[in-house]
Write a protein that binds this ligand. Structure first.
Ligand code: ZN
Length: 89
């Protein structure tokens, strides 16, 4: 496959996937809230020779449900959450 062909197909895919999430209640399309239940946050710390600590990384695991809300009118738009995850970078 030619390099030019690859670039073109990537552009087309990006365009097709760009469907903005719009709140069906108030039309908001820029402000959203994600709420996760039962989140376990694990943080690793390193103790230094002078007895001080510094954070070496953390990770969070969501054990419960995740809800997705409009940031303007707080409508529950969890049905859009899968699309939100697709577009989250
Ligand atoms: Zn809204």
């Amino acid at each position: 496959m030619e390099p030019g062909t690859q670039t073109d197909s990537r552009k087309q895919r990006d365009k097709k996937h760009c469907m903005r999430i719009v709140c069906p209640h108030c039309g908001n399309d820029h402000d959203f809230i994600e709420v996760a239940d039962e989140v376990v946050i694990t943080t690793r710390y390193i103790q230094h020779p002078d007895c001080s600590f510094s954070q070496a990384g953390d990770e969070s695991h969501v054990m419960g449900d995740i809800s997705f809300f409009c940031g303007e009118c707080n409508a529950d738009i969890t049905q859009f959450h899968p699309r939100f995850l697709e577009m989250l970078f």
